[in-house]
Design a protein around this ligand. Structure first.
Ligand code: NAD
Length: 292
């Protein structure tokens, strides 16, 4: 069927984690520091519990310290802010991640802004958002960073490519567009109000789909030979009523036209935690060099 190379996110994420583990070992040997990641979960959202468990497991596997803080759904904003202040002060903690969504009584923005930008391994603090858009060194959001690594696994030099990002969210669309600009791509950000989306997508040598609509991007929207990175994770009913995950791209169709494509699952998904671990090591390195 397909001519496209399938980009194996699982294998590439494993490679990133191996390289993180090697960096952790070097830090421990040379600076006597073991990077530590604190993950804060408020409430009992089942999907969030799975994410947090996976994050903790992979953190330990990479040789780092994992600090899990599980708080009741009824936790007050003040108590959560106090925990963040403690984690900001702790010298064992180099990265802080607050799992979203947070319960209604807590203002997520206030909490994210309370995290020390140097420990903001999710890259959502306004200081890091600003640094990224100003082209300065910063902690970069994990899923967008993963998308760029996957695209570069096919084409190491992205300079000059027409990149079309579909979606303008703060956690994927906007930061991935900034990262591609940094790679010297010509970037278009398309969104729900874009006119003639198929024609816009057809310009893309590189297409990043981050919409949250199953199979929205059709095969005939894809420029022949393009690199297609599908960020979407959509739960749909498969044959026999069983739930399955699909992306934002109509995979079978697009794979016939694209030069390379990420599958769902097994594409962008595994990259997010791998990049989180990478950010934690960078944060630890930065904090260690600052304190001497
Ligand atoms: P979001 O809902 O915040 O943003 C969706 C964006 O898509 C919006 O900017 C909107 O303008 C655009 N959009 C909506 N309908 C559109 C249409 N018909 N045409 C063009 N654009 C349209 O979503 P998000 O948080 O950016 O996530 C997007 C998808 O990526 C979701 O499926 C989510 O589950 C997935 N996701 C995956 C990972 C991962 O792999 N680790 C991480 C984050 C998000």
């Amino acid at each position: 069927m397909a001519g496209a190379k399938v980009i194996d996110g699982k294998a590439i994420a494993a490679e990133v984690r191996r390289s993180v583990a090697a960096d952790v070992e070097t830090m421990r040997r040379e600076a006597g520091v073991t990077p530590g990641l604190a993950v804060v979960l408020v409430g009992e959202d089942p999907a969030s519990q799975v994410y947090v468990r996976n994050k903790a497991h992979q953190t330990v596997e990479a040789g780092m310290r994992s600090f899990e803080h599980k708080l009741a759904a009824s936790t007050s904003e003040a108590d959560l802010l106090k925990l963040i202040a403690d984690l900001n002060r702790s010298t064992d903690v180099h990265g802080i991640l607050v799992q979203l969504p947070l319960p209604g009584q807590i203002d997520a923005r206030k909490v994210l802004e309370a995290i020390d930008p140097a420990k903001d391994v999710d890259g959502f603090h306004p200081v890091n958002v600003g640094r990224l858009s100003a082209g300065e060194r910063s902690l970069v959001p994990c899923t967008p960073a993963g998308c760029v690594i996957l695209a570069k696994s096919v084409q190491p030099e992205l300079k000059g490519l027409e990149a079309v990002v579909i979606g303008r969210s703060n956690i994927v669309g906007k930061p991935v567009a900034q990262l591609l600009l940094r790679e010297d791509c010509t970037v278009t950000i398309a969104h729900s109000r874009t006119r003639d989306l198929p024609a816009v997508v057809r310009r893309g040598d590189l297409v990043i789909a981050a919409v949250g609509r199953p199979g929205m991007v059709r095969g005939d929207w894809i420029k022949p030979g393009a690199i297609v990175i599908d960020v979407g994770i959509n739960r749909v009913e498969g044959p026999g009523g069983k739930a399955r995950l699909v992306g934002d791209v109509a995979y079978e169709e697009a794979a016939r036209i694209a030069g390379a494509i990420t599958p769902v699952p097994g594409g962008v998904g595994p990259m997010t935690i791998a990049c989180l671990l990478k950010n934690t090591v960078s944060a630890a390195r930065e904090q260690t060099s600052r304190t001497g």
